[in-house]
Design a protein around this ligand. Structure first.
Ligand SMILES: CC/C=C\C/C=C\C/C=C\CC/C=C/CC(=O)SCCNC(=O)CCNC(=O)[C@H](O)C(C)(C)COP(=O)(O)OP(=O)(O)OC[C@H]1O[C@@H](n2cnc3c(N)ncnc32)[C@H](O)[C@@H]1OP(=O)(O)O
Length: 281
């Protein structure tokens, strides 16, 4: 049984910045209405390595402990929300580190997906794979208009999408749209994402996206935290419960898949392509 995470007392409205912390890879600020903004700041593209994944989970724990009114997730990059898992962590990996990578990703997903406070994301750039995963965990998605893409392209990088991530996607867009996109690793433009419901609204820029995200959080001002958190977790329990039972098998499958020679070859080609792209800029 997935442990229920309830906010048992009212959320506090804290003075501006009273919870603010700046880790190496993230920045957390709290405004004077008690809304926390967590900014990814692992340059250049917020790729998720073990350290960033662990720091994010720790900071989310802090947001919960300090009873912020809600959370807005965003990125410090001008064009990338997050490039997903750090591909270099999966290429020719040290197996202990690969285990830590997947375990940390599982922890982040479970913590963000079951967060007892309202969550929104201001997607201010590209959001492939793990970037899309973080956005899907939030209750509301605003994306800055532009030539950005969002989606779960795991199959395109040789990685099968785990059941818990399929379940997360199917809670947001229709199963049909999800199946077509995930089987082929398709990415959505901002307009396409809006049309299928992968994002809730577009924004003109990051400030607008954050403002819209905060407006969503304020919808809960008059809602009891226990009523909100329990209802949210009931909606999500059919994805959370099986995940909690299958964590070990999920980890073993991930390691098995990533260590396959053909997946290693594909990851090597992707790293090479990214390098060539940069050289051509
Ligand atoms: C049952 C379980 C079994 C199996 C389960 C397996 C998997 C589970 C699946 C899902 C769970 C969630 C996790 C999913 C896996 C992933 O996340 S895989 C990562 C997929 N990501 C991508 O394919 C994105 C690749 N990057 C890009 O497309 C572009 O970089 C991007 C559009 C994001 C930005 O473009 P741009 O602004 O032009 O920047 P550059 O391309 O020039 O890149 C700048 C530098 O950043 C480096 N880089 C880019 N992406 C990554 C990355 N993902 N990891 C590491 N490094 C990256 C790039 O090489 C440049 O580096 P340099 O400056 O040259 O050193």
């Amino acid at each position: 049984m997935f442990p229920l995470r309830l906010l048992r007392t009212a959320r506090r409205v804290l003075p501006a910045k009273s919870l603010s912390t700046t880790g190496q890879l993230t920045d957390l600020t709290v405004d004077n209405e008690g809304i926390a903004t967590l900014t990814l700041q692992r340059a250049p593209v917020n790729s998720l390595n073990v350290e960033l994944l662990q720091e994010l989970t720790t900071v989310l724990g802090q947001v919960e402990k300090d009873k912020a009114k809600g959370l807005v997730l965003t990125s410090a990059s001008p064009s990338v929300f997050s490039a997903g898992l750090d591909i270099t962590e999966m290429y020719n990996p040290n197996v202990e580190r690969l285990t830590a990578l997947w375990t940390s990703l599982q922890d982040l997903w479970a913590t963000l997906y079951s967060a007892p406070y309202p969550t929104a994301v201001a997607i201010n750039g590209h959001a492939p794979a793990g970037g899309c995963m973080m956005a899907l965990c939030c209750e509301y998605r605003t994306m800055v208009s532009g030539r950005y893409t969002i989606g779960l392209n795991e199959t395109a990088v040789g990685i099968p999408v785990p059941e818990w991530l399929i379940g997360t996607m199917c809670k947001v867009i229709s199963q049909r749209e999800a199946e077509v996109a995930l089987n082929a690793g398709l990415m959505f433009t901002v307009e396409e994402a809006l049309k299928v419901g992968l994002i809730d609204e577009t924004a003109t820029d990051k400030a607008d996206a954050i403002e819209k995200s905060k407006k969503f959080i304020k919808r809960f001002d008059k809602i009891s935290p226990i009523a909100h958190s329990l209802t949210k977790q009931r909606f999500r329990s059919d994805v959370l419960q099986p995940f909690a039972k299958n964590r070990e098998a999920d980890l073993n499958q991930f390691k098995y898949v990533v260590l396959q020679p053909e997946v290693q070859e594909l990851l090597g080609q992707i790293i090479q392509k990214l390098k060539q792209k940069k050289a051509a800029k």
